[in-house]
Design a protein around this ligand. Structure first.
Ligand SMILES: [Zn+2]
Length: 424
């Protein structure tokens, strides 16, 4: 190992309630913050590589956090999970941790990390999250779309105020659902994350509409396993030349035009590929699938070995309660992501019954934004504030408790987007 090697050092305290309860802990603590710190549950991951993007955190601060955490037991939230250090500092940190007997190099685990465009964070750090939005889209088609069609600085200048306005209203996490060949540009998302302080996620996957306009030619000839290998390569190596790794999988599955509940060959292939990728990475899959194709997609995904608890059916607003119940009964997520497009009362009529019946499988977002490449200045932008500024007050006025709102807007995104640690 040369002295130029850099370590990624990260640690995660798994907070399984039965294990973390220690002496003096308020029993049956439901709130994480009441849980006692337990050094044996703090696991330190470390790997070395010289292929890491710079990170602003220093080794000293990391070592300090770990030792402080050992002393001040209750404040475990201060432990942050990703630091990148020069070799000397990393070794010192590992030695510090070893002195407290809490070093346990482990392999990838499920549900431990949210992978943002700036690197991994703890699920508990994600905060209030919009699980389905778009900074930019380019609908020109897979054959024609390319980076020369937009100027990143112009897109950033146009979109940054909308992201800051959302942040001002309490948004912390932002899941960008624009897939490859449809205007995905991690360079833009990374700069926006740096400028706004938002936790932004991007994705791997393909957008397979019925005509295949947004699929690369290889998608038609390759098998599900070959497609999965391409997506896994992005998870391991980063997207294109950016070093940015995906935080979830985004696919589109339409079903057949004559009967949406029947899936096409391409639909099945994309779902099999997504299932294969999730089995390895535990990444969530957001699936654009209108009407009954969403339920069929969820069932096929599970049949292909995917964890239904990682499958998000997007755009469920107009499904009707019964179909949405069948999706959640299958273990998958219902994403009501058209908030802001209808009068508040109409959204309430959709969301309130779901909040009652399946609060653990419900996500809320706006599918907003859309700097539209090809239009002057990106065309008309829809801001990201309808959920926080209009719909949440309507929910409160309808008698929904703050804890329930937090559950759906903070805890649910943290649960579903938590993935395995990316090994280098
Ligand atoms: Zn969308």
């Amino acid at each position: 190992m040369s002295s130029g090697d850099r370590f990624r050092v990260s640690w995660v305290w798994t907070s399984r309630r039965s294990i973390v309860k220690g002496p003096g802990c308020r029993s049956t603590a439901r709130n994480e913050s009441n849980e006692q710190f337990a050094p044996e549950r703090l696991k330190l991951y470390y790997v070395s590589t010289n292929d890491l993007t710079p990170n602003t955190y220093g080794g000293f601060r990391a070592a300090k956090v770990i030792s402080d955490t050992c002393r001040r037991a209750s404040n475990w939230r201060r432990v942050t999970d990703a630091y990148i250090h020069p070799r000397r500092k990393a070794l010192k940190l590992i030695a510090t941790a070893a002195a407290f007997s809490i070093v346990k190099p482990v392999r990838a685990e499920t549900g431990t990390t949210i992978h943002t465009v700036l690197g991994p964070i703890l699920p508990s750090s994600l905060g209030f999250t919009l699980p389905h939005e778009h900074v930019m889209v380019d609908f020109v088609g897979a054959e024609k779309t390319n980076r020369g069609r937009w100027n990143p600085e112009e897109v950033i200048a146009r979109m940054q105020p909308y992201l800051l306005a959302a942040k001002h209203s309490g948004v912390r996490g932002f899941v960008d659902c624009t897939p490859a060949y449809l205007g995905r540009d991690p360079r833009i998302l990374k700069k926006l994350a740096q400028k706004t302080g938002l936790h932004i996620l991007t994705n791997t996957g393909y957008y397979g509409d019925a005509e295949g306009r947004y699929l690369p030619p290889s998608a038609h000839s390759e098998t599900a396993a070959q497609i999965a290998a391409r997506w896994l390569a992005e998870w391991h190596d980063g997207i294109e030349d950016t070093g940015v790794r995906p935080g979830f999988v985004k696919i589109r599955v339409d079903g057949l035009a004559v009967d949406r509940s029947r899936l096409s060959e391409m639909d099945g292939k994309l779902l099999a590929a997504a299932a294969a990728v999730t089995r390895k990475t535990h990444m969530a899959v957001t699936c654009h699938s209108p009407g009954s194709s969403g339920l069929s997609a969820a069932l096929r995904f599970a049949a292909e070995g995917g964890d239904p608890g990682k499958f998000i059916v997007a755009h469920c607003d107009d499904n009707g309660f019964e179909l949405n119940q069948r999706i959640t009964a299958a273990g998958s997520w219902v994403s009501i992501d058209g908030i802001g497009r209808k009068p508040e009362a109409d959204h309430l009529a959709i969301v309130l019954p779901l909040l009652q019946k399946s609060p653990d499988r419900l996500l809320l977002s706006m599918d907003s934004g859309w700097y539209n490449v090809g239009e002057k200045d990106g065309g008309k932008i829809n801001g990201f504030n309808a959920l926080t500024d209009r719909f949440l007050p309507a929910l409160r006025a309808a008698g929904v408790a703050a804890a329930q709102i937090n559950h759906v807007t903070i805890e649910n995104p943290a649960r579903v987007f938590a993935a395995a640690v990316q090994r280098l």
